[in-house]
Design a protein around this ligand. Structure first.
Ligand SMILES: Cc1ncc(COP(=O)(O)O)c(C=O)c1O
Length: 492
């Protein structure tokens, strides 16, 4: 920890006996008789005034990095600026104050939002059906694999139990495939970062449920033989699942349906904007080709009646052979409002420009940094690229040191140590919302850090220097995590 920068209020106990933020009036009803055994005699909560609490949390919020503060190139996470108009829409009382148990006729506007979103997403990915149920990307993957399994079973094809996952896939891909009870077989990448076609074909047999492929992959590269890959899996009777969480790179340019995919999930909270991170709300809709529409989880919003005077009536419908519900109620509605707002405010041309600028920004950074950092799969990338955070002539300097030092320049670090196929990986995703000025400042910082790695490595090892807390012992933090402000006494 860099002691000089730790602010006093963080170290002192602010609680003081008897201090209160709120005083409740005397009860004007008789006290309920609570059995003695259920009563706690001491509840050691901090005792603070309202202003103490407000200042504490405001101070803590200043210690956090956020995309609204500065550049946040956390690869694979698409930390782009989220327009505030999306928040305004999600907070409209008619959306924010409805209850999922309300009768359908009282929430027709909300159902219309879901219906339009379903329709736009179908068009954007070129698929026949969409379910908005899954709560996030990994949940969408699990849902997609369950749909694939249900499809094979419905045809009496019960011996299929194998899912192929390239080693350049997002980490959730093998995890969600395994969670669905499938046998996961990893397929290596070739030296251009594509899936190794020969190895793929060798695994395409009659036990194949399908392939789950992240495209563009976690190297930020578009699969150059995608049509051949899809064909090989289909020839073996398997289905092709697309992890479409990196759709920021493809919006308005390429569609999973046109590439022959059977299932795809999207991360609304990445591509279609919604503040995320820290486990915040997500939404991972699953889109499918025509032959899988009946297996989608429900309910789905459909037009159940059409009347010339009043327009359409929307209703919640369960697909015929649905795998069932995968989420309570209807998914994360607030994220859907934000996504629809984003789509409508940008329009078709605007969405295409998102992808063009995201790809342009990533390639600009890649080319600016390629003489300073080794980029193992160095070809035209999509939304992100992966550099190595190490040099032969700077022994002892690791990707972690580079990332910690970047914080001194006011930047959030890139994703570290992922994907696993790049040593000391630094996965950099600038997104389309950054200006050339910001990108140039980042390049300058990265180049200065590369110089320091040779001339003064200590400054990297001890970084960050300007943050309220210095470098923490990550192993200790993981093993002895303390999440409360106070060590609660054991209940006797
Ligand atoms: C390519 C890719 N797939 C899947 C996921 C998982 O999404 P989630 O974190 O919403 O579960 C992510 C998350 O960023 C991702 O980048």
């Amino acid at each position: 920890m860099s002691e000089t920068t730790i602010r006093e209020p963080l170290l002192v106990e602010l609680s003081s006996p008897g201090r209160r933020g709120v005083r409740f009036p005397e009860a004007d009803v008789p006290a309920a008789a609570v059995p003695e055994a259920l009563r706690r005699t001491s509840l050691p909560l901090p005792e603070l005034s309202e202003v103490d609490v407000v200042r504490h949390y405001t101070r803590l919020s200043h210690f956090n990095h956020a995309v609204d503060i500065d550049f946040y190139p956390l690869g694979s996470c698409t930390m782009k600026y989220n327009p505030k108009v999306n928040e305004d829409m999600a907070r409209l009382p008619g959306f924010a104050h409805i209850h999922p148990l309300q009768p359908e006729e009282t929430v027709q506007g909300a159902l219309a939002v879901m219906y339009y979103l379903q329709e736009y997403l179908k068009e954007i990915v070129g698929m026949a059906g969409v379910s908005l149920q899954p709560a996030a990307g990994a949940h969408g993957e699990l849902t997609g694999v369950l749909i694939m399994r249900a499809y094979h079973r419905s045809r009496g094809d019960t011996k299929r139990n194998k899912i192929l996952v390239p080693d350049s896939a997002h980490g959730t891909n093998p995890a969600s495939s395994a969670m669905s009870g499938m046998r996961v077989v990893e397929i290596p990448s070739d030296d251009r970062g594509n899936i190794d076609l020969a190895k793929l074909k060798a695994e395409c047999d009659d036990t194949l449920v399908g392939l789950m492929i992240t495209n563009p992959n976690t190297l930020g590269l578009f699969e150059e033989h995608i049509e051949e890959v899809v064909q090989a899996v289909h020839d073996a009777g398997g289905l092709v699942y697309g992890d479409g969480a990196n759709l920021n790179a493809l919006l308005g340019i390429a569609r999973f349906g046109d590439m022959g995919f059977d299932v795809v999930h999207l991360n609304l909270h990445k591509t279609f904007s919604t503040p995320h991170g820290g486990g915040g709300p997500g939404s991972g809709p699953v889109a499918v080709a025509q032959h899988l529409v009946d297996f989608l989880p429900g309910p789905i919003v459909e037009v159940v009646d059409e009347d010339e005077e009043n327009g359409p009536t929307y209703g919640l419908v369960m697909p015929r052979h649905s795998i069932g519900r995968v989420k309570a109620f209807y998914g994360h509605f607030g994220v859907m409002v934000r996504a629809l707002t984003y789509i409508l405010s940008l329009g078709g041309e605007g969405l295409r420009q998102v992808a063009e600028d995201a790809v342009l920004n990533a390639n600009y950074l890649r080319v600016q940094l390629q003489d300073t950092y080794h980029i193992p799969y160095n070809r035209l990338c999509k939304h992100e690229f992966v550099a190595e955070g190490r040099w032969e002539d700077a022994p002892g300097v690791r990707a972690l040191d580079i990332s910690k030092r970047l914080m001194d320049f006011g930047f959030h670090p890139p994703t570290n140590y992922f994907p696993l196929i790049v040593h000391e990986a630094l996965m950099i995703e600038p997104t389309e919302t950054e200006s050339k000025r910001t990108l140039d400042a980042f390049v300058a910082a990265m180049k200065q850090i590369a110089r320091e790695a040779r001339e003064n490595p200590e400054v990297l090892h001890e970084a960050p220097h300007t943050t309220p807390f210095g470098r923490v012992d990550e192993v200790k933090a993981a093993r002895e995590l303390v999440l409360t402000w106070f060590d609660w006494p054991q209940q006797g």
